[in-house]
Design a binder for this molecule. Structure first.
Ligand SMILES: *Cc1c(COP(=O)(O)O)cnc(C)c1O
Length: 399
């Protein structure tokens, strides 16, 4: 007998982005004029047509269990989206709908990983990948990329990281936190290694709709049968449709993997939320004009923010092409002092910005890059302007 708690659960770190957001919210509640660059979600409301579809679902009694891996009508809509937008053929028996993208990723790793299996995670990374991999008994293998590589994993680096324990590599494009997008040529080079070494790709394409300036989203699974068979493509409604709270994620995979994920899910959560499924159906098949309007606004903010950050002392960044983040190198700030207080690292910098300037930024140690911060532009342009003025004042005040 023992009261000891799970070793696996003990290894998991709480999400630091949520912690920063909570602290900023608490200051706001005290009446402080806080600018929160921490947001990991669109600031827009869910489009009205989507909300109305949910209300109709409730009123018409669509409030019971659905099939475990989602309704056929929503799978058909997702299948069509995969075909039209990604150039991918996934039948309805290859699609699993889950309670958010995170849940989809958890299902994927649950089905792929045996104890001790390695998953290659290029760094910088979205902070949940290593934690989810650990939770299902796998070992995250972090492979660092550089600014010269535009923070993208090269085929050579992938090849060198593969061992006989490697089960999968995570490719996240457009990327959180860097805002980078993999080109077709880069993905083809990675796909070649994946096929040669016989591992899986977990393709996290959550931000596939949020791409700016004529860039194009490419799905790695679209390059032919061999890579298609080895890829689980993951996306969702959270970021593209401003639906983070609704919890709608989905995957396209082989039938075998889809069937297993559906079985796992049937015991864990029964099914994705029935009302949210009706809302997702409307989001995918209804009027897309509000999505376009969000994109235009995100792009305006992106351009403004990038231009301003480029002019600031001590910091640098690469122009982001997708998602809604600017990833900023702040290493030259370290060792300087603000009002006699040394800025030792990005946590300290974030602390001073929050306490002295009421401005929340995300230090990126938990994203694998301790000398960077992430600013989200999923806030109003007025707030961005005010927050950037404050960051600039902080930087100019350094000695
Ligand atoms: C937000 C996000 C997800 C998952 O989002 P959900 O809210 O769980 O749908 C997955 N991957 C990345 C990179 C994200 O930023």
């Amino acid at each position: 007998m023992s009261l000891a708690l799970s070793e696996k659960a003990k290894c998991v770190k709480p999400s630091s982005t949520l912690a920063i957001t909570a602290k900023a919210k608490a200051l706001k509640a005290e009446g402080k004029d806080v600018v929160g660059f921490g947001a990991g979600e669109p600031d827009f409301n869910t489009p009205e047509n989507v909300c109305n579809a949910a209300i109709d679902a409730i009123k018409s009694g669509f409030t019971k269990y659905t099939p475990a891996s989602g309704t056929v009508e929503l799978k058909e809509a997702i299948s069509k989206k995969f075909k039209d937008f990604n150039g991918l053929d996934y039948g309805t028996d290859q699609i699993v709908i889950s309670n958010g993208g995170k849940h989809s990723l958890t299902n994927i790793f649950t089905v792929l990983i045996n104890p001790g299996d390695e998953v290659i995670v290029p760094s910088p990374f979205w902070l949940s990948y290593p934690e989810i991999v650990k939770l299902v008994g796998g070992v995250p293998v972090i492979v660092e990329t550089t600014a010269e590589e535009n923070f993208k994993l090269s085929a050579d680096k992938l090849r060198n990281a593969i061992t006989d324990k490697t089960k999968a590599v995570v490719i996240n494009t457009p990327n959180n936190p860097t805002g980078m997008i993999y080109t077709e040529a880069e993905l083809r080079a990675l796909a070649e290694v994946v096929v040669e070494k016989d591992i899986y790709v977990v393709a996290d394409e959550m931000y596939e709709n949020l791409i700016y300036g004529g860039e194009k989203h490419v799905s790695i699974a679209s390059f032919g049968k061999e890579i298609y068979d080895r890829t689980i493509t993951c996306s969702g409604l959270s970021k593209s449709y401003a639906m983070t709270g609704w919890r709608m994620g989905y995957t396209g995979s082989s039938k075998e993997i889809a069937k297993m994920m559906g079985a796992v899910q049937s015991h864990q959560t029964s099914n994705p939320n029935s009302i949210a499924q009706k809302a997702a159906l409307e989001a995918l098949t209804g009027d897309q004009s509000s999505v376009e309007a969000m994109k235009v606004e995100f792009n305006r903010r992106r351009e403004y923010m990038y231009e301003r950050v480029c002019k600031m002392p001590y910091v640098s960044c690469i122009e982001p092409k997708g998602a809604f983040y600017v990833f900023i190198n702040v290493s030259k700030v370290f060792g300087k002092s603000y009002k006699g207080e040394e800025v030792t690292d990005a946590f300290k910098m974030a602390d001073i910005l929050l306490n002295e300037f009421s401005t929340a930024v995300v230090p990126c140690a938990d994203f694998g890059f301790a000398d960077h911060i992430r600013l989200s532009y999923a806030i109003s342009i007025e707030s961005i302007e005010k927050g950037l003025d404050r960051i600039e004042n902080f930087l100019k005040g350094l000695e």
